[in-house]
Design a protein around this ligand. Structure first.
Ligand SMILES: O=C(CO)[C@H](O)[C@H](O)COP(=O)(O)O
Ligand SMILES: [Co+2]
Length: 225
């Protein structure tokens, strides 16, 4: 089921890592509701970013919804730590854990919303049986690991097919799209079925954030069917 109002979740990957507290405050001031944390371990993806201690420290001063995208091998080892750090939603990659059902069940059991991310080449069937228990499926529209990449065109078909799959099952799972999202494609992605768009480079490189957020919301609402 789609959210009546689509959500923008700015990816901190493109923010000022030297001043994350300020960045979070600026997002709140600009009326954003969500923020996207790209956690990378240097193994599942080549880069390394931040982990639970950083998120926990910043949780204390932020009311934003913490949308945590784990790009780490065997995320089941760290669920407890990310829940304790204050994540509102934890999203694990289907490709990163052998026992995916057990991993998402554990996230829910610990009182957190749960999501599964799919790399571009990973088929939707991977999450078909899990939809009733997932709060969100993240369709990666670039290969994970870096910000500023170009949107992979076949992701459009994947979003529509996932939207149809969710409707057919009568599930309430939200669709998030991450990678290469811009003001230019935001409206189209929402019309295809996206409920939450993640934007890193195309958000943070264009301050002031309040104006950028307004522009995104206009684009996202404009073509909602
Ligand atoms: O998960 C990610 C990369 O692995 C990021 O969330 C994503 O790439 C956002 O960056 P951009 O909007 O610049 O593409
Ligand atoms: Co991400």
């Amino acid at each position: 089921m789609s959210h009546s109002t689509p959500i923008l979740s700015p990816s901190l990957l493109s923010s000022d890592f030297g001043n994350l507290q300020h960045e979070l405050a600026a997002l709140e001031q600009a009326d954003l509701r969500w923020v996207h944390w790209d956690v990378m371990d240097g193994r599942f993806v080549p880069n390394i970013t931040f982990g639970p201690p950083v998120i926990k420290k910043l949780r204390a001063s932020s009311r934003l919804f913490f949308d945590v995208h784990l790009m780490i091998q065997q995320p089941e080892r760290y669920i407890n730590q990310f829940v304790d750090a204050g994540a509102d939603l934890i999203c694990v990659h289907a490709e990163s854990t052998v026992h995916l059902e057990r991993t998402v069940s554990e996230i829910s059991r610990q009182g957190c919303q749960c999501g599964v991310a799919l790399n571009p080449a990973t088929p939707l069937e991977t999450v078909s049986y899990l939809l009733p228990q997932l709060d969100m499926v993240l369709v990666m529209s670039v290969n994970p690991g870096f910000g500023g990449q170009s949107f992979i065109p076949f992701s459009r078909n994947k979003i529509s097919a996932l939207s149809a799959m969710i409707k057919n099952q009568g599930a309430k799972t939200l669709i998030q799209v991450d990678g290469g999202v811009s003001l230019e494609n935001a409206g189209e992605l929402v019309s295809l079925g996206a409920d939450i768009l993640v934007s890193g480079s195309a958000f943070f490189q264009f301050p002031p954030y309040a104006k950028r957020y307004r522009d995104y919301m206009q684009a996202m609402n404009g073509t909602r069917s």
